[in-house]
Design a protein around this ligand. Structure first.
Ligand SMILES: NC(=O)c1ccc[n+]([C@@H]2O[C@H](COP(=O)([O-])OP(=O)(O)OC[C@H]3O[C@@H](n4cnc5c(N)ncnc54)[C@H](O)[C@@H]3O)[C@@H](O)[C@H]2O)c1
Length: 354
């Protein structure tokens, strides 16, 4: 019998990449999504194009139109599919949006995760459960690390400078945003099902995860959205920190590759910081330069002095724990390559009639 994977948020960036990655490795793929991104962000966030791509290109893909807040629906789906691997990527992913829709945000991020965990405990407790968490669970704590201001970026001014933020960094007593709080609730639940019930769970605390299939919008998916603005000749709004705020960027295929490693040798209740690390980090100003060189178009932007509430000034992931537990995993796609792929993808998408 073939192996089966169930992916929530399968129309999204990470979910769709995971579907493709495991389909190529012979898995029967079940995706669950209800295009909620279009509800959260409006038509610009519509993900149906990506769902159609999966339905038309993958040999063995089944789409389930399901809201993860539907407890009974999730229970039935997990029972019926009985997957060998569950990857949970469905979420309300934006800080700013969460403040406007606190119940939708919490019910999706925390409640939806609990629905999935409990369904797995009841029906497939041996199945590795991989949860996409976020570095926002650290709240604005990383902003308290001593920083140095360089010409085009901020950087850590202490021992974090060599490797970035580790999993031992406190998630407590700091400002999270409602999104960070709902994701922290989910993160702790996933750990708890691993530690208390011995389920093979892990939380991947993502940095900026991106790639050509991101439906970037202003409130989520900064590199994808920045490239889109550049190609359309539109202004990108920079919020504070002189545009020197730093993010580490990881290609969604490298995310899926890590999940494959975890699936092959699962552990219980683990937490990993998953990002591009220092090598793949850039500030917004640095990203502008790379995109301009690739597209040949100047980046128009406006600057607003006020930063987004709780926004990280500098963040890059310490990847040493992942690499120690899973030495076969490495970042394979450089920042330049990632941006080049995004430029090409937006170029094609903007040209094709929708
Ligand atoms: N992309 C990043 O930079 C990044 C960084 C850190 C963490 N993450 C986390 O990774 C996960 C995936 O992120 P992404 O960038 O692929 O987001 P995305 O918005 O592209 O994908 C999420 C998908 O989930 C679906 N969804 C949302 N609510 C749903 C619901 N109630 N029921 C069913 N489907 C629902 C959406 O329609 C969307 O297709 C999220 O948990 C996010 O917090 C992403």
């Amino acid at each position: 019998m073939g192996r089966k994977i169930l992916v929530t948020g399968s129309n999204g960036l990470i979910g769709s990449e995971v579907c493709v990655y495991f389909a190529r490795r012979g898995f029967k793929v079940h995706g669950a999504d209800n295009n909620q991104r279009a509800v959260f962000f409006g038509p610009q966030g519509d993900t149906r194009w990506n769902q159609q791509r999966l339905q038309t290109t993958l040999a063995d893909f089944t789409h389930h139109e399901l809201d993860i807040r539907n407890r009974q629906g999730i229970d039935t789906l997990v029972k019926e599919v009985s997957p060998h691997l569950l990857v949970h990527t469905a979420a309300q992913p934006s800080h700013d949006r969460a403040a406007a829709i606190p119940f939708d945000d919490f019910d999706t991020n925390a409640g939806g995760t609990l629905n999935l965990l409990e369904a797995c405990r009841q029906h497939c407790p041996e199945t590795p459960f991989i949860h996409m968490s976020t570095n926002k669970v650290y709240g604005d704590g990383p902003n308290r690390v001593a920083l140095v201001e360089l010409e085009k970026r901020w950087d850590y001014g202490d021992s974090h400078r060599d490797h970035g933020i580790p999993e031992t960094f406190s998630i407590d007593q700091c400002l999270h945003s409602l999104f960070g709080a709902s994701k922290a609730a989910a993160d702790v639940l996933v750990q708890e099902y691993g530690r208390y019930f011995n389920l093979p769970t892990c939380c991947l605390r993502g940095g900026c995860l991106t790639g050509p299939n991101h439906t970037g919008v202003e409130l989520h998916g900064f590199l994808s959205y920045l490239v889109k603005c550049n190609l359309e000749g539109r202004e990108y709004s920079v919020f504070g920190y002189q545009g020197k705020q730093v993010r580490d960027n990881l290609h969604s295929e490298d995310v899926a590759a890590f999940m494959h490693e975890f699936y092959q040798r699962p552990r219980c209740g683990e937490v990993y910081n998953l990002g591009g690390g220092k090598e793949n980090s850039c500030s917004i100003l640095e990203a502008f330069e790379i995109v301009e060189a690739l597209s040949g178009r100047r980046q128009k932007y406006t600057y607003q002095n006020k930063n987004r509430i709780g926004d990280h000034i500098c963040y890059y992931s310490d990847l040493r724990k992942m690499k120690q537990h899973y030495p076969r995993w490495a970042v394979t796609c450089s920042l330049q390559q990632i941006i080049a792929e995004i430029v090409q993808a937006w170029h094609d998408r903007l040209q094709s009639p929708s």
